[in-house]
Every structure is written in structure tokens, then in C-alpha cells.
Design a protein around this ligand. Structure first.
Ligand SMILES: [Zn+2]
Ligand SMILES: [Zn+2]
Length: 243
């Protein structure tokens, strides 16, 4: 698609993805390769309470001269609920757990604060507190959330006049880009963040494929049983050697 990336073009952005730095399956580097393969222009890895995955992905993308723009991000579990912090090149220096403080610190570093799956109680959304804070954007469609929660988020964003994002909340590679946001911006961190603030966005809903869902379930069940825990595996191997 010539001209897709430049001059008022619409960038395809998935800004809520997990990697192996928190509870996702793919390593940050694999997320980059998968996002490229799926034709995304912008991603943010948003591991739980950690910017490390996004920083690693960003270094990797740059080192291989990728056209993929990797924003620095994290999904922070505040006392009020889950929020996404999306930044250009640098993470904020502190990550307070109180939402009002986090918003101040994030804004001080030029980052955006986005309410993640606000009405999904299972996923620890901020719920009715959505109305008590000033958001740069609201996740109005989360591909792993139920339709009612998503619909409530969409209506709230409209009521509040806050831009809406759609994202995959992928924990496995196959789910990356299942939902995404079209952003009217040049391919640069500042321009993408500005465009989101200004509401030059269009959320595009979508669900992961059956295969991606099956892999997500297998992954999360396995993780809860400790099957993927490398330390635990090596302990078992050690025991095996001793016995
Ligand atoms: Zn969450
Ligand atoms: Zn998430």
C-alpha cells in the first residue's frame, strides 16, 4: 500500500500487548517480528508494572532497522485499577500506585495515561472511577474483554469526549493486532502521541482467531500450573539428577 505510512496516512497501532517480561508468552523481540508480519506500524508492549519489555523491543526494532515504531509502555496496576502508560522514548522515572500521582508523573514525562478495559471487573478496570480522572484516551475495545464492558467504555468515552482506542491485550503472538487503532499521524513518537491526544484516532474492533484464543487459554492455564516457569523446571531437573 504505497503512501500508507506518510503524509496524513493512517497508522495501524496496537498499544496493549504483553511479553514474557510479565505474563505474556512471546519475548519482546518476537512481539516485534510478529507485529511486522501482521502489518502493524506502531506497537506498545505494556507489561504489568514494567517498561522493560517495551524498552527491549524498541532497542531490537531499531537495531534491525525496522520501520515498526515501538512506543515505551506499561500496564500499571494502580490502587484504582489498571491503566496504560504510553511514552515516546523514555519511561517516567517513578511509577506511583496512586492514580492521581501517576497521571501527574506520566504527564510530566510527556506520556499518555489510558484507562485499560475500564468496566471489565475481572481485569481490574477502574470502573465508575473513570469519571473522576482526566484521561488522554480510554480503551473502548479490548479484544479479550466481554462485549458489555466494551460497550460501556465506548459510551463513557463518548460522553466524556475522550479519544477511544482498540487493542488486542495479546498474551500470545497469534493474538497481536486482533484489534487495533488507526492513528492519523506521521511515523514518529511525538506525532503519534499528539494525534492520540487530539483524537485523530479510529478504534477498529476485532477478536483473536480461534487458534489464538486456544493458545491464550493453553498459555494462561499452563502458567498458573507453573509449567512454563523455567526456574521451577530447572529445580525439577536438578532433583531428577540427584535422585
Ligand atoms: Zn489489565
Ligand atoms: Zn493487559
Amino acid at each position: 500500500m504505497p503512501g500508507r505510512r506518510r503524509g496524513g496516512a493512517r497508522l495501524k497501532a496496537d498499544l496493549h500487548i504483553h511479553s514474557s517480561v510479565s505474563d505474556g508468552k512471546p519475548a519482546p523481540e518476537e512481539v516485534v517480528l510478529e507485529a511486522e508480519a501482521r502489518g502493524l506500524d506502531v506497537i506498545a508492549i505494556t507489561d504489568h508494572d514494567s517498561f522493560e519489555g517495551s524498552l527491549r523491543a524498541r532497542r531490537f526494532a531499531r537495531a534491525r532497522g525496522s520501520e515498526l515504531l515501538v512506543l515505551v509502555g506499561a500496564e500499571v496496576r494502580t490502587e484504582q485499577g489498571d491503566v496504560l502508560v504510553l511514552c515516546g522514548a523514555n519511561a517516567p522515572e517513578r511509577v506511583p500506585r496512586r492514580l492521581d500521582e501517576l497521571i501527574d508523573v506520566a504527564h510530566g514525562s510527556g506520556c499518555l495515561v489510558v484507562a485499560a478495559h475500564p468496566f471489565d471487573v475481572r481485569r481490574y478496570g477502574v470502573g465508575g472511577r473513570l469519571y473522576d480522572y482526566r484521561w488522554d484516551a480510554i480503551e473502548v475495545f479490548n479484544a479479550m474483554s466481554d462485549p458489555l464492558s466494551n460497550e460501556r467504555a465506548r459510551q463513557a468515552a463518548q460522553q466524556l469526549g475522550v479519544p477511544g482506542l482498540a487493542s488486542s491485550d495479546a498474551h500470545v503472538a497469534d493474538a497481536i493486532g486482533s484489534a487495533y487503532t488507526l492513528v492519523d499521524a506521521e511515523l514518529s513518537e511525538d506525532d503519534v502521541l499528539d494525534a492520540i491526544r487530539a483524537g485523530r484516532v479510529k478504534p477498529v474492533a476485532g477478536r483473536p482467531s480461534i487458534v489464538a484464543l486456544a493458545k491464550t487459554v493453553a498459555w494462561s492455564v499452563g502458567r498458573r500450573l507453573g509449567l512454563h516457569d523455567r526456574r521451577r523446571l530447572s529445580k525439577i531437573e536438578e532433583l531428577g539428577e540427584l535422585m
